[in-house]
Design a protein around this ligand. Structure first.
Ligand SMILES: [Zn+2]
Length: 322
């Protein structure tokens, strides 16, 4: 968390959106038990961890990279027009992130795209803006970053970012940029993980950052408090998949940063399978707890359930939306 925010985190509060990026580099995935056994708030824990986590850099194609270790996975495009970042990470990672960015080249930071408003993707906005970034996002991201935002499932209130951290260029549906000889297409697919998610496509390199529409190998969080829904997640996956081919590199928001279309398809199929199971149980009149007890995720848990968003929690998130 940045110094501009003052979280009030209760005992049941924990951040579901960002533990992977914060912890993967040092300790591997948190198990559900570790995640719930918080002696202090997990958002604070994530912040402290991000403060010391190393940043791991992956080179993709052309002049495009992924940085892992500060909240959500960050894509970087380098070149003479300056660096463009897709997502900002958590501000306490600034020293490591600055070093990792400097190792990619001497050009300044010129642009930042936020894939959505969540703190593990936008908390670094203020320092990156001071460093030179013009910030671009969907109009709902600007809306959420401008006011106090309560996330019920985290039992957490996020305060607005300072003026410099608020995106200055927003759009409603589609937006195109041409930087460093590369076309960059920003697309909105309607409410999904939140109501502010976009995907960012580098067409020349056949790379798409789909951010929190894709949790590579783990159950995702869905933020109903700002317009997310399971059906929206599935629809956004389908729309993104339709624009990909077998050579597309798919950057995930959390989990393994560099994915394939096949892995993204498997994630989408998992969402559909569990959605159908949960919807059937709810239609039978089962309560939320009865639906969790029926274990509608059982066939998927060995692969997808090894993260803080455990089978019971993910079942409750799906139940809310069907
Ligand atoms: Zn998120």
């Amino acid at each position: 968390m940045g110094s501009s925010r003052h979280p009030a985190l209760s005992r049941r509060g924990f951040c579901l959106c960002c533990v992977g990026g914060a912890f993967a580099a040092t300790t591997g995935w948190l198990t559900p038990r570790q995640a719930f056994a918080e002696a202090r708030g997990l958002v604070s824990l994530i912040k402290d961890s991000a403060a010391t986590s190393p940043i791991r850099t992956y080179k993709l194609r052309n002049n495009i990279f992924v940085l892992e270790g500060s909240g959500g996975n960050i894509a970087v495009l380098t070149g003479p027009d300056g660096k463009l970042l897709v997502d900002a990470g958590i501000s306490v990672s600034r020293p490591q992130l600055s070093k990792a960015l400097a190792e990619l080249g001497t050009e300044p930071i010129a642009h930042l795209i936020n894939t959505h408003w969540h703190f593990d993707h936008a908390d670094g906005n203020e320092w990156l803006h001071v460093a030179g970034a013009k910030i671009i996002a969907h109009e709902n991201t600007r809306k959420h970053l401008s006011v106090v935002q309560r996330v019920e499932d985290w039992d957490y209130n996020f305060l607005p970012l300072g003026a410099g951290g608020i995106p200055s260029e927003v759009f409603a549906r589609n937006h195109g940029l041409k930087l460093n000889g590369t076309s960059i297409d920003l697309k909105y697919f309607g409410p999904a993980h939140t109501d502010s998610d976009i995907s960012v496509t580098f067409a020349d390199a056949n790379i798409v950052h789909v951010a929190d529409l894709f949790w590579n190998g783990i159950y995702p969080f869905i933020d109903y408090s700002t317009g997310g829904s399971i059906d929206g997640m599935i629809a956004a996956c389908d729309a993104n998949l339709a624009a990909m081919d077998k050579d597309t590199i798919v950057i995930a928001g959390h989990g393994k940063p560099v994915g394939s279309k096949a892995e993204f398809q498997a994630f989408r199929d998992m969402l559909v399978g569990i959605r159908d199971n949960v919807a059937r149980l709810k239609k039978q009149g089962r309560t939320r707890d009865e639906t969790v007890a029926a274990k509608p995720t059982a066939a998927f848990d060995a692969v997808w359930g090894q993260f803080v968003i455990d089978p019971g929690f993910f079942t409750r998130l799906v139940y809310e939306g069907v």
